[in-house]
Each structure stands twice: as structure tokens, then as C-alpha cells.
Ligand binder design. Structure first.
Ligand code: RET
Length: 286
């Protein structure tokens, strides 16, 4: 049982949560269009990253849409407040959605950072196993969030251990491969690291909300936290990885990527007419 079902809500609290949930699924729909349309400017070997972002968008869209409908049907207006109806609200849908999104988001990183061969498979296994372990132990814990008995804290801690292992792996994948990225993409890659740290930390924050802010306002804060986390860890992350993939594609001489580089001076490929050896390179490489 989730602590959302313990309270009644005033108009502001109730509508804020329904608005923030609707923002969540609207952003996922918008992200889907973005990732599908921009995929063409990314070289085929990195394009899987756009496809995976699109997969995340579809799964998150349905999960957040469902959660929104749950919220709307779980509470009804009794003349003074929104009170419990005969449906329960449940954040458990989020956890099962993460079973798809967390492994996919991590695999995307391997694709864009250019990890291949045996390393790819090794880290792939660690990402999927570690990710699922983190999620399902947390899932077990959140059933106890109302009474906050021992399992809430113990499962939360076990989950945190897997979380730290994943973060260490992400750090190694990003910083271990940074030198292989073109200069212009390294800052973005460092940005991805900080984005992962900050946006992923919001999820344990939301897990702890019942212990920190046990009231209707805490519920509002929790749903805002989740939505912020979802938009940053799925959409902004996907956009940044797409930018890295396009910059790498540009450096590797992939035509559509060069044409799509909005940061290049007008006229598109700036070295048109340059000696043959320089063809396909961009301004920044000179
Ligand atoms: C839990 C349980 C409490 C301890 C920790 C957790 C971490 C959750 C994370 C979730 C990330 C989800 C993402 C979803 C994107 O679609 C399970 C809340 C540490 C880090 C990135």
C-alpha cells in the first residue's frame, strides 16, 4: 500500500498532482517524435541509441498515462476535499516500468560511448543484472512504506548497494572512453555523468518521501520529484546522448550528421573545395 492513499487532498494539491502527471506523459510523447525524427542524422552504428530512446518513450508514456488515470479515479470530490474512492493509487507501476527503462538507458550509453565486443557483453550483463536487482529490492521495500517497518529500510539499503555499483560502472564507461570521443563531445559526456548522478538520486529521494514529509504536501512533492526525475533521466539524457552520437557521426564523416550540425557556419559543409585529405572533416577539427 502506498502513502498516497492515506490522505485527502485540497483542490490545489489534487490538481497539482494530476497536472504534473500529465506533464510527464506529454513530454514522453514529444520525446518520441524528437528521437524518431533526429535518428536520421546519426550514423547507423550509433542509431540504436535513438531507437532505444524511442522504446523508453513508449513504455514511459503508457506507464505515466496509466498512473494519471489511477490518480484521477482514486480520489473523488466530496464537497470539501478530494477523498479516497474505491480505487487505490500505486507507485508500483513506476517500478515495473523501470525494469524496461533502466537496462535500456544503460545499454544506450554503451552504444554511444563506442564500447564493443566482449566488453560490451560483460558490461551489458552487469547493467541488466544490477539494474533489475536495484529495482526489485526497492519494489519489495516500497510495500512497507506506510508503516516503515524494517523491510522498508533493509530493502532500501540493499537497493542502494546495487545503485552505487551501477554508478561506479557508469563512471567507468563514461570516463574510461572519454579520450576516444571527439573533443567537441567530451563536455557533453561529462554532462551526462552529472545528469545521471543528479536525476537518478531523485528516485531514492522519492522512495524516502513518506519518512521525510508524511502529509498530503509530501505526496505532491513526491510526484513532482518523480516527474522531474523521469524527464531528466529519460528525455534530457536521450537528447544529450543523441548530441554525442551526432558529433561522433560528424567526425566519422557521416554526411547527414554534417548537414545537421546546426553549430557549423552557414553553407553547411565548410570544407567544400578543400584538399581531398580534409574532406569530411568539420571546422572544429582543424
Ligand atoms: C530505489 C529504492 C531505494 C533505494 C534506491 C532506489 C533507486 C532507484 C533508481 C531508479 C532509477 C530509475 C530510472 C528510471 C528511468 O526510467 C529503487 C528507489 C537507490 C536509481 C533511471
Amino acid at each position: 500500500m502506498n502513502f498516497e492513499n492515506l490522505f485527502s487532498y485540497n483542490v490545489d494539491q489534487y490538481t497539482l498532482v494530476s497536472h504534473v502527471l500529465s506533464l510527464g506523459f506529454a513530454v514522453m510523447a514529444a520525446g518520441l517524435v524528437y528521437f524518431l525524427v533526429t535518428a536520421r542524422s546519426i550514423a547507423p552504428r550509433y542509431r540504436l541509441s535513438s531507437v532505444l530512446s524511442a522504446v523508453v518513450m513508449v513504455s514511459a508514456f503508457f506507464e505515466l498515462f496509466l498512473l494519471y488515470q489511477r490518480w484521477v479515479s482514486a480520489f473523488q470530490w466530496d464537497g470539501t476535499a478530494f477523498v479516497q474512492s474505491d480505487t487505490l493509487f500505486s507507485n508500483g507501476y513506476r517500478y515495473v516500468n523501470w525494469s524496461i527503462d533502466v537496462p535500456v538507458l544503460l545499454i544506450q550509453l554503451l552504444v554511444v560511448m563506442g564500447v564493443t565486443g566482449r566488453r560490451f557483453h560483460q558490461i551489458w550483463v552487469a547493467f541488466v543484472a544490477g539494474g533489475l536487482a536495484m529495482i526489485y529490492t526497492g519494489y519489495a521495500g516500497q510495500f512497507h512504506e506506510v508503516e516503515r517497518s524494517a523491510p522498508f529500510w533493509v530493502w532500501g539499503l540493499v537497493s542502494t548497494a546495487f545503485f552505487l555499483v551501477l554508478l561506479a560502472l557508469v563512471y567507468r564507461v563514461i570516463f574510461g572512453n572519454l579520450a576516444r570521443l571527439p573533443e567537441s563531445a567530451r563536455g557533453v559526456a561529462r554532462g551526462v555523468w552529472w545528469l545521471v548522478v543528479v536525476s537518478w538520486l531523485l528516485y531514492p529521494g522519492a522512495y524516502l518521501m513518506p519518512a521525510m514529509w508524511d502529509s498530503a504536501d509530501g505526496v505532491v512533492a513526491r510526484q513532482i520529484t518523480y516527474t522531474l526525475a523521469d524527464i531528466t533521466s529519460k528525455v534530457v539524457y536521450g537528447v544529450l546522448l543523441g548530441i554525442i552520437a551526432r558529433k561522433v557521426s560528424t567526425t566519422e564523416g557521416y554526411g547527414p550528421a554534417i548537414e545537421d550540425e546546426v553549430a557549423l557556419p552557414r553553407g553547411g559543409i565548410t570544407d567544400r573545395g578543400a584538399p581531398a585529405g580534409r574532406r569530411g572533416r568539420t571546422d572544429r577539427d582543424r
